[in-house]
Design a protein around this ligand. Sequence first.
Ligand SMILES: [Zn+2]
Length: 358
Amino acid sequence: MSGIKLWWIEGAFTILLLLVPGNLGWGKEGHYATCKIAESAIKSRTHGNYDKKILDCLTLEYFDLGKSSIRIDQNLFLANQSFLSEEALKAVKELVPESAEGDLASVCSWPDEIKHRYNWRWTSELHYVDTPDFRCNYDYCRDCHDSSGVKDNCVTGAIYNYTEQLVTGYNSSNSLVKYNLTEALMFLSHYIGDVHQPLHVSFTSDEGGNTITVRWYKRKTNLHHVWDSDIIESAMKTFYDKDLDVMISAIEKNITDKWSNDISSWTNCTSGDEVCPDPWASESIKYACNYAYRNATPGTTLGDDYFLSRLPVVEMRLAQGGVRLASTLNHIFDSTPSIAHKLAYFGNIQPTCDTAST
Ligand SMILES: [Zn+2]
């Protein structure tokens, strides 16, 4: 009897959790878009220069090794028609669960689906990072901890952690490395999306806008949900034929067109590491202050003015998330020796010159 009661209570609790708007990250559509952009095709073959520019940014080490390497890799790139390198694409297909049928985007929301389950509750605070109210800045050492103060338990800490797991686990022949690389890939892909949602790096006291009740046109919602889902859903209805794929194509066109000159700064990790979530988080809190919180105090009705001025920010953050996810995965799964290895082996890193032309 008590067992039945307990089951019922747990069931009711689960339903309650499902009804409480939580810190979800981008909604399903946003995460799908980020991952799809990372793995999807460059549509326009006519933009040869833009393609090459983007390629150079995504394969920095080849770029430093001289012209012949760039040419070889560009061919790979054009053959794949993907932001992901051949190695990364192969690794992703190998690691995603069988049910995904090789498509990373289809499992990008998995960390949101499991985070309230008993065994996975520890992951629920890895989707965001809280920053001090009204400071509009982010600092890893100050901010990256969970609500109990445990260090590194936040979205940027999780991005470092799962990158390290994939780098050491995938390239290691050491059987003692016991990471679950399938989970690591799904967590990393999801959290890179989350850190680009401005209200995932935002004020502590309003829980990233979750406690700010507003109206989205006529419907009651909260500010966090507006940025997770409402802006994207309204954009699909208003501009993209209610079709997420049409919206993703439009964002991809902007990447190869309007934003092509920005890609190198988007993918530039100044620290030289595989991944750099800290500057991405710093950008997010700035967008939260300048766009998300602005003119959105509790009780406000948000309509056309807010929607049309914030949509470009949302679309750019989805694009940045996708391009940076691809760049990170390319660095993680790159099987070519690093510059340091090449230097140790050959004694120099000068371009290999074509003797026929000298
Ligand atoms: Zn999330």
